[in-house]
Design a binder for this molecule. Structure first.
Ligand SMILES: Cc1ncc(COP(=O)(O)O)c(C=O)c1O
Length: 383
């Protein structure tokens, strides 16, 4: 008997480089500075809280919008950080991670044929999320090597079909961050249009050098047309929790929840109950940028002993590096070779471009123990 044939909704999607590189890293016992996750333990108090609330019986469904006290804690946090009041009842929905929040936002607004402006290099879920909805990604390269947005280019690419602009700050894979000037440019482009903004702010607390995070939440006028997406996994060093949230205008949230309720319905209860309380601990999220900045700075110092040329990183888990003083191989071949021969796994940045643009840059993840970073650089020195 033959099985039915699927007419693929994503015919161009294959195994991602993350799977390939992690597989290679395992096979060659390489130090994995490829995929973005901490290799150290998350906060013990938060772990204990989850376990406590499970013991107390918080193990059944919560409302599909999310556990109300958690939404209230998020609204308090938003007001404290960004001086904007959001209504926990009508503007916040808890989601299984930031990626899901982005997917749901795009699915909520997109009709076949709509266009979405996406900057490259960019997080790998955006383009498939747009395409699975029958919409069209309109790609704009960030200006290399600072990875800044070329707003004149954005003006040229906006069309009557533009339904959304995708933003991500702090940015994966480059560590670039949006400035106030970027927000002004964005505002002038979308004013008076029907364009939505989907803002991926999962690294909101991973921003360095005292730079303020330019959250869309600071700008109530922009929030009216935005879906702003966050991840507890990134904030609390627990990427495997896959828990996050989305904030939008009340009208947009009504539609977002229609999509959400028939996909996931509600998220993991014990984590939400624990986080409702833990979010009140401001230090737990405010201290994160300092801790991660130390890791970045330590890595930068160590890497001075190698032939790599690091680019700037003002946020996220990542820093990119040029390797043209070492090799003229393309970045994929280079990344694969150094995993096999020198035992350090990284990610070639060309994979974050649909057309595979190769600037001879690879991405390192520095959200690792000091010892991991030191052991990796000891190997990289030999290249
Ligand atoms: C830019 C960006 N957005 C979203 C996510 C995913 O967040 P979550 O694990 O909460 O889905 C990541 C994770 O790597 C990311 O780098």
């Amino acid at each position: 008997m033959s099985s039915p044939v699927i007419n693929s909704k994503l015919p161009n999607v294959g195994t991602t480089i993350f799977t390939v590189m992690s597989g290679l890293a395992n096979e060659h016992k390489a130090i994995n500075l490829g995929q973005g996750f901490p290799d150290y333990q998350m906060n013990e108090e938060l772990m204990n809280k989850v376990s406590e609330v499970m013991q107390k019986g918080w193990n059944q469904y919560v409302p599909m919008q999310g556990y109300m006290p958690l939404r209230e804690s998020i609204a308090d946090k938003v007001e404290y950080l960004y001086q904007t009041k959001v209504d926990p009842n009508t503007q916040i929905t808890i989601t299984p991670g930031g990626t899901y929040a982005i997917y749901t936002a795009l699915t909520t607004i997109l009709q076949p044929g709509d266009e979405v402006i996406i900057f490259e290099p960019g997080y790998d879920s955006y383009i498939p999320n747009v395409e699975i909805n029958g919409a069209v990604p309109v790609l704009i390269d960030l200006k290399f090597p600072e990875y800044k947005i070329d707003w004149d280019e954005v003006r040229k690419k906006v069309s009557p079909k533009t339904k959304a602009i995708m933003l991500n700050s702090p940015h994966n894979p480059t560590g670039a961050v949006l400035t106030e000037e970027d927000i002004l440019q964005l505002s002038s482009i979308v004013k008076g249009t029907n364009i939505f903004i989907v803002s991926d702010e999962v690294y909101e607390h991973l921003i360095f050098d005292n730079i303020p995070h330019q959250s869309i939440l600071r700008y109530p006028e922009l929030l009216e047309r935005s879906f702003v997406c966050f991840s507890f996994g990134k904030t609390y060093n627990c990427t495997g929790w896959k828990l996050g949230y989305c904030i939008s205008s009340p009208a947009s949230m009504v539609e977002f929840r229609k999509v959400h309720q028939f996909n996931c319905f509600c998220c993991h209860t014990p984590s939400q109950v624990a986080l409702a309380d833990f979010l009140k601990n401001k230090n737990a999220y405010l201290s994160l940028s300092g801790i991660m900045q130390q890791k970045r700075d330590h890595f930068i110092k160590l890497m001075k002993q190698t032939k790599f040329e690091l680019l700037n990183s003002s946020g996220s888990y990542f820093i990119c590096a040029k390797y043209d003083r070492i090799s003229d191989e393309d970045d994929r071949d280079f990344a694969i070779r150094i995993t096999k021969e020198f035992g350090v796994a990284t990610i070639p940045v060309s994979v974050f471009y649909k057309a595979g643009t190769d600037n001879k840059v690879i991405r390192f993840c520095f959200s690792k123990n000091k010892e991991t970073l030191e052991a990796a650089v000891e190997r990289l020195i030999k290249i």
